[in-house]
Design a protein. Structure first.
Length: 238
């Protein structure tokens, strides 16, 4: 299937392609999502419009959880460390007012510290919270956006059925679908490379961080406050 845009000029993607050539992290799907900051647009490979991310014939909680959180991720990039410097026309401009910048700076510190505290047992390395900040902002914001969008969709279209054989509510299946996109395998040396040089946190921590910061997740799975996936101190930027 022809790709709409694989964004070879995007420096972030160029890194990723290099990473894959070196035997990087392999997901269950092709990693062809990009946000073009100078065009303020997102690009999605047409080949991604299939399972596990999207399928027209399956319940929508799976589509919002899979494709929705990926689209939300790319949209949120327009409000990250780079997006804040470039306006909607693709021109360099500080387009936020002072209050927004102050609040953003305060909240981003929370996220930097949180992700820096994540420890990869396999590599014995901590995640680099500063280096991965923009991607973590996009993961957190994108997940929140798509969960709200799904709730709104349900208000208009009604509650969907669950899945046969699985004793989960549709609201829980949304989270399971969103988590499924982070299933990945990797070699130890490429994971080490990914943590040291990458702009993305490893998949395990992309999931842990964005889910643990989301109050709706804790509610839907009845996680007790103060547990790992429902910490008292959550970080939220958007
Ligand atoms: Zn991203």
């Amino acid at each position: 299937m022809r790709k709409l845009n694989i964004g070879f000029n995007n420096p972030k993607l160029a890194f990723l392609q290099k990473d894959i050539r070196q035997g990087g992290i392999f997901y269950g799907w092709d990693f062809s999502f990009t946000y073009g900051v100078f065009r303020n647009s997102i690009q999605i490979a047409a080949s991604l419009l299939q399972s596990p991310l999207f399928d027209i014939s399956r319940p929508n909680y799976l589509n919002f959880g899979g494709m929705g959180s990926s689209i939300g991720h790319e949209i949120t990039h327009s409000f990250d460390e780079l997006g804040k410097l470039i306006n909607k026309f693709g021109n360099i401009e500080n387009w936020w007012d002072r209050e927004t910048v102050t609040n953003y700076d305060l909240r981003k510190k929370c996220m930097i510290n949180q992700y820096s505290s994540f420890y990869s047992n396999a590599t014995r390395l901590n995640i680099k919270g500063e280096q991965t900040l923009s991607e973590n902002i996009a993961d957190n914001g994108g997940l929140k956006l798509t969960q709200r969008a799904y709730k709104e969709w349900v208000q208009f279209h009604g509650e969907e059925d669950g899945l046969p054989g699985l004793n989960y509510a549709p609201s829980q299946l949304f989270w399971i679908a969103a988590a499924q996109i982070w299933c990945a395998v990797h070699r130890l040396d490429s994971l080490r490379y990914h943590i040291t040089k990458g702009f993305h946190s490893p998949p395990e921590f992309r999931l842990k961080g964005s889910f643990a910061n989301n109050e709706e997740f804790a509610k839907d799975f009845m996680c007790e406050l103060g547990t790992k996936m429902n910490p008292v101190d959550k970080c939220s930027i958007w």
